[in-house]
Design a protein around this ligand. Sequence first.
Ligand code: 5GP
Ligand code: MN
Length: 349
Amino acid sequence: MVDNKQNPALLQNHMRHIQFLYPSLSKPSKIIVTCHQKPDGDAMGSTLGLYHFLIQLGHEVTVISPTNWADFLNWMPGVENVLNFDYDKTACEALIEEAAIIFCLDFNVLSRTKHLEHPIKKANCVKVLIDHHQQPDEATFDYGISNTAKSSTCEMVYDFIMGSEWSHLINQSVARCLYTGVMTDTGSFRFPATGAETHRMVAHLKDLGLEHSPIHSQIFDSSEENRLRFIGFVLLKRMEILKPLQVGLMYVYAEDVKEFKLKTGDTEGLVNYLLGMKGIEMGAIVIDREDERKWSFRSKTNFDVNTFAREHFQGGGHFNAAGGRSDDSVDITVEKFKQILKNYEDQLK
Ligand code: 5GP
Ligand code: MN
């Protein structure tokens, strides 16, 4: 281990830069890698990408997801070994207790891991953050890196591997997993955080033999018929355009979820249809989940949905893409949303 006593950051009890972690990876140990609940392409891609890297160093690595995930991620190499905390609580808790290091990827606050929050909090091991969301809770972590300018956590895991002495360990499994998160979190390389370095990373993965087309197919061309019909239904019956405010809104009731037999992941990307409309600055969707109403917010340009979600819907995320929640019914939370929007008229135009 590096002597961090010389590191002034440590004296202030701050998260130490992740580069100080490299020495402790040279000896095999028990490692947990986890991410936010309902992992998306970036969460699953970064955890599995890191997993495939760490196992080559001889570590005993377990990926734990706080919940289940979308079927369109089930092709990913290593996904068959991922534990779902909701199903395997006891086994997961035992593994967390024994772990020397826990990597927390693609989330900024522990509450994003749902029921995993408490076991991680009380774990007496080294906690590491790799994330690109706004306002991370740095006090929770011993080591880490938070960079909101980065396209994705997958790009950050790539940087972490490339910055080590083990960059030769990027094999096809690592490459496929990391490509997935970069591609999904950048909206297929269109969002502003897609930098030259993002494209250089992809070029490097291509040089190593990555086939990208099959990954796009697995993610985007694998819907069931009911999902397409559901999208049509929402566009027709569950969408409101608040024209003067330049806001598009969608809402999905629990009975819609039931009627269309929706599975985890079936509503992903729906909110983006709203931004496809001329004259819309902000898109919002609320979905009635079993235990909460889950909001997603998106903006096209200058409207800060991270702050909006944080201030009004117990959430957060990025400047142009964030999420939140409410304990109210769909109708009540939608009404509150509309009332709140009135205070943002100037910012939305
Ligand atoms: P989505 O709308 O796709 O669920 O999430 C958009 C972005 O905001 C993602 O990067 C996601 O991780 C983040 N996010 C979603 N919900 C929450 C939340 O409740 N709290 C925080 N801090 N971030 C969230
Ligand atoms: Mn991400």
